[in-house]
Design a protein around this ligand. Structure first.
Ligand SMILES: [Zn+2]
Length: 215
């Protein structure tokens, strides 16, 4: 196994198209195990073949917590067949060292892929978990799409990129996700309102309790 060099944002390799993996050769198996080692060496939760300069439809993910045993998942020729319920996702990427920004994702996805034995599987990731977000992030990499292409606020994203000495957002690659954005904003307004109501109620309860002590 070997730790591979990770391609950085600004290098054309990140935008290169990928080809389907045919036979799962020993070369592909070695690439997958090197990618897992590279992901661990960089404390990442996912890594796509494009990020190590290989144009194959292949990515690896491990969303296990620190206190859990390692659980590397390999996705060969992944395809997201269903995605729904837009949400905000605060993300980074190993190709963007240190930079994080808010992007649009779906809370729920269904992905079809093959494992390293060539066995097809279907995985459903729901509730906006790290796994659900990682599957979208890594599948995007295989289509030359980067997380900043989903940025909710390009000014915020550009400030963050500049802070980490990375090139600015490539405007021509920004995705038009107005519909997703509307849904996310409506949910955020509703959440803020509920939070406000909860605080008011807590204040009232505290006042009532204080009044009772005085009686
Ligand atoms: Zn990434």
């Amino acid at each position: 196994m070997a730790v591979l060099r990770i391609v950085r944002y600004g290098e054309d390799l990140l935008r290169q198209p990928t080809k389907e993996v045919g036979k799962i050769s020993s070369k592909i198996k070695k690439l997958a195990s090197d990618m897992i080692e590279t992901m661990y060496a960089n404390n990442g939760v996912g890594l796509a073949a494009t990020q190590v300069g290989e144009g194959y439809r292949l990515f690896v993910i491990d969303v296990a917590e620190e206190n859990e045993p390692a659980n590397p998942l390999v996705f060969v020729n992944p395809k997201i067949v269903k995605k729904f319920d837009p949400i905000n996702s605060y993300e980074g990427c190993l190709s963007f060292p240190g930079a994080y920004t808010n992007v649009r994702r779906y809370a729920n996805v269904v992905v079809k892929a093959k494992d390293l034995k060539g066995k097809p599987f279907v995985l459903e990731a729901t509730d906006g978990t790290l796994l659900a977000k990682a599957i979208q992030h890594e599948t995007d990499h295989l289509d030359g799409i980067l997380f900043v292409d989903h940025a909710r606020n390009r000014f915020e994203a550009n400030a963050e990129l500049a802070k980490h000495e990375l090139p600015p957002i490539e405007d021509e690659n920004l995705l038009n996700e107005d519909e997703m954005e509307n849904i996310i904003q409506i949910a955020e307004v509703k959440e803020a309102e509920e939070e406000k109501q909860k605080k008011l109620q807590e204040e009232q309860d505290a006042q009532t309790a204080a009044a009772e002590i005085h009686e």
